[in-house]
Ligand binder design. Structure first.
Ligand code: NAD
Length: 292
């Protein structure tokens, strides 16, 4: 079986180009650019890289990005104060608080504090509820969680149909696994969610026509998990030392599943670029929706 390795460069560029066009339209109509406020707390090197990439992608696509940097010593109340201020600013369309926050800081409280109309990550309870109640509408016009929405675009572009198929998601997090399952369900797949307490994980995964791995364990999914011909989506981002060098690898052992899966997203250059592209799309949508 030949495995199609689906790199997302073209699709993410296409998604960004469409968002850029919309951003230009917004500028022409409203005389300002759609604007994303990005808040970073602390000095986690990976978070710095993510935040840098997000602001850079905004600026390259006709949006403005505002950077805010707090330290753990500033305290949680300062973060709440900042989010409240950003909620009130009319020139801010999207607010993103980069995770992880310092230990003991209440991430859920911050997610719920961000105004739902500016919640470009799609983490606010109102947006999570909307996704559950009317998934297709949120995917088309609302603020869906970025990573699973990016996966849906990959499946569409890759010609992977969902109707009547069995989709298995490994992982039940609020940011990937659960919204992913909702979205696959909205595409008429029969969906199974697996997690760390699932028994017989390999056998369950081997029944999947579409297998989404969002676990956070390097090269965990081998060919023993994959039905011949299945489409495999690798959401994982794991840092591994190989031959003395730090390397980013996914949750899927690409070498092992190549030749078994019919379709596979690589890491890097797979789901990651789509997550950022959807974030930008969400920010432009938030700008239009707020000004409607
Ligand atoms: P998480 O730690 O919140 O959730 C991991 C999930 O995996 C949990 O639900 C857990 O039950 C499950 N799990 C853990 N061990 C398991 C096991 N042995 N068997 C079965 N299930 C198991 O992680 P998350 O935030 O959902 O992220 C998952 C992965 O996706 C991470 O590698 C993360 O870095 C990556 N990620 C990538 C992007 C992207 O843009 N590509 C975005 C978000 C997260």
């Amino acid at each position: 079986m030949e495995t199609r390795i689906f790199k997302t460069k073209e699709l993410s560029e296409k998604t960004l180009a469409a968002a850029k066009k919309q951003a230009e339209l917004f500028l022409a109509q409203k005389k300002r650019k759609p604007t994303l406020a990005v808040v970073l707390v602390g000095d986690d090197p990976a978070s710095h890289i993510y935040v840098g990439k997000k602001t850079e992608t905004c600026k390259a696509n006709g949006l403005d990005a505002l950077d805010f940097h707090l330290t753990p010593a500033d305290g949680f109340a300062r973060l709440e104060e900042l989010v409240n201020k950003l909620n009130k600013r009319d020139d801010v369309d999207g607010i993103l608080v980069q995770s992880p926050l310092p230990k003991d800081w209440d991430e859920e409280k911050i997610q719920a504090l961000i105004h739902p109309s500016k919640d470009v990550d799609g983490f606010h309870p109102e947006n999570v509820g909307a996704l559950s109640l009317n998934t297709i509408k949120v995917l088309e016009t609302g603020l869906p969680s970025c990573t699973p929405a990016g996966v849906m675009e990959i499946l569409k572009e890759g010609g992977i149909t969902l109707r009547g198929k069995h989709a298995v998601v490994i992982g039940r997090s609020n940011i990937v696994g659960k919204p992913m399952a909702q979205m696959l369900l909205s595409g008429d797949a029969t969906v199974t969610i697996c997690h760390s307490k699932t028994t017989d994980l390999e056998a369950t995964c081997r029944r999947a026509d579409v297998l989404v791995a969002a676990i956070g364990k390097a090269r965990f999914v081998t060919k023993a998990f994959v039905k011949p011909g299945a489409a495999v989506i690798d959401v994982g981002i794991n840092r591994e030392m190989r031959d003395g060098k730090a390397k980013v690898v996914g949750d899927v052992d690409q070498e092992s599943v190549t030749g078994v899966a019919s379709f596979l997203t690589p890491v890097p250059n797979g789901v990651g670029p789509m997550t950022i592209a959807i974030l930008i799309r969400n920010t432009v949508r938030a700008a239009f929706n707020r000004s409607a």
